[in-house]
Design a protein around this ligand. Structure first.
Ligand code: UT7
Length: 332
């Protein structure tokens, strides 16, 4: 029997115009272009400037581009899932705002909070909605305005993050293509190593929390690095084994772009060469939920129908996972 799978039928992205290069960060904090390049692989990142614009602004741009590119009427979308760690508001969900702005009049929407693994979690979730037969067209958007929660006095975090959004359209197919498997993991004991200390219900905002700079990202970099290297590599190897995939059978690794060294370690563990690894960390930095769709967007022209792609991510929470899909169309 032919089973229904969710295939990605289109991809689009949006990055703001403003380029924050390493040279500019050298003027803000005690760092160098060389240190940042060697330790992370990042040369520049994009920053959303302007008053009153949040993550939904970029998410809407990506979704509008996606709909235009795929020739899809906004009213045809059933569901929009927005993966983000930097929602416009605590509530309502950023997905709701994007649905409204992009004219998705018949869709419902919700946000997924899984930090840097958010896009992967959301695609896995979207695929389930489609496989049940309940939904025909689902949009997943990964969007983050990390500059809103980055402390530009903290050299260990401000060099890493950037802003951006990427969106994919998922539809049902019985051709054997699509989302074939995923492994998702969570370990809340890692929360203390990467989080925003104040602003939530446990520690609501006060003058003291603001003065203590607790509304910015707090990260114990080397602790997170160790967990990320181990877990992103393991879960990627695990999904290969589970699906009896050899390195030769994998066309692409689409990894979360947190640190070039984490990506290299993952590829090495999977036994695949650098020519199969999607990389754009040098130009966008770590855009959290947007890294993987922005990679797919950048590499779309090289993708071929039938390509086996592994997505892999690791992020705050801790959250991590891998996803195996068979690409459904030839990129232009
Ligand atoms: O995306 C979600 C998950 N996040 C991640 O996966 C990020 C994982 N972590 C990392 O990517 C890396 O840990 C960082 C890029 C954040 C830091 O690199 P590192 O090689 O782990 O450096 P470190 O934190 O061990 O620090 C080494 C040294 C320290 O100086 P001392 O104590 O050895 O004198 C830091 O103070 O580098 C110093 N340092 C810097 N020096 C110049 C930290 N940041 C900087 C900087 N410029 N920007």
């Amino acid at each position: 029997m032919t089973t229904t799978k969710a295939v990605i039928t289109g991809i689009a992205g949006f990055v703001p115009d403003y380029v924050l290069a390493n040279a500019e960060l050298e003027k803000l904090v005690d760092t160098t272009d060389e240190w940042i390049t060697v330790r992370t692989g990042i040369k520049e990142r994009r920053i959303l400037k302007g008053e009153g614009v949040g993550t939904s602004f970029m998410g809407t741009k990506a979704v509008q581009a996606l709909l235009a590119k795929t020739g899809t009427a906004p009213e045809a979308i059933d569901l929009l899932i927005c993966a983000t760690t930097t929602p416009d508001y605590v509530f309502p969900a950023t997905a709701n705002l994007i649905c409204h702005e992009a004219g998705l009049a018949n869709a419902y929407g919700f946000d997924v909070q899984a930090a840097c693994s958010g896009f992967l979690y959301s695609v896995a979730m979207a695929s389930q909605f489609i496989e049940t037969g309940k939904h025909q067209k689902v949009v997943v958007v990964g969007a983050d305005k990390m500059s809103a929660i980055v402390d530009y006095q903290d050299r260990s975090t401000c060099i890493i993050f950037g802003d951006g959004a990427g969106a994919v359209l998922l539809e049902p197919a019985t051709s054997g293509h699509g989302i074939l498997d995923f492994l998702l993991r969570t370990d809340g004991s890692g929360a203390q190593h990467l989080y925003q200390k104040a602003g939530g219900s446990r520690r609501p905002p006060t003058h003291e929390t603001i003065e203590a700079r607790e509304h910015y990202i707090y990260q114990e970099g080397s602790a997170v690095f160790k967990f990320a290297v181990t877990n992103m590599a393991s879960v990627s190897a695990e999904i290969m084994e589970k699906n009896h995939l050899t390195a030769d059978e994998i066309a692409w690794l689409a990894p979360h772009q947190a640190n070039k060294r984490i990506i290299d370690a993952t590829a090495q563990r999977m036994g695949i060469g650098p020519e199969k690894v999607m990389i754009n960390i040098h130009k966008y930095g770590n855009t959290t939920a947007a890294t993987i769709p922005l990679c797919l967007w950048d590499y779309e022209s090289k993708l071929r129908r039938g390509d086996n792609i592994i997505m892999a991510a690791f992020g705050g929470g801790f959250t991590w996972g891998s996803l195996y899909l068979k690409w459904a169309y030839d990129g232009q």
